[in-house]
Design a protein around this ligand. Structure first.
Ligand SMILES: [Zn+2]
Length: 86
């Protein structure tokens, strides 16, 4: 059992495989508001040192995921590129 832990990006629509310590793929991580990123990083560190429960960690991660999904709705590649649609 020395396989690295891998999972998919936390965005339901994204199937990118990423290492366990990452919450999302790079593309989506860049869309996370700075405050959420800091929060996620801190929560992960606390979880690693057992100061935080998995439930609390998941909650912080879910907030970051929700933030990306919220901005994804207004900024899909389609609607953003085609200007002038009404
Ligand atoms: Zn992704």
């Amino acid at each position: 059992m020395n396989k690295p832990h891998l999972h998919t990006c936390s965005l339901p629509t994204c199937g990118t495989i990423i290492p366990d310590h990452c919450l999302m793929c790079r593309v989506h991580w860049r869309l996370v508001p700075y405050a959420n990123r800091v929060e996620v990083r801190k929560a992960w560190e606390k979880y690693q040192s057992r100061e935080l429960s998995i439930t609390d960690l998941r909650e912080v991660q879910a907030r970051a995921t929700a933030a990306v999904m919220a901005c994804g709705r207004n900024a899909t590649s389609e609607s953003r590129r085609s200007k002038g649609g009404a």
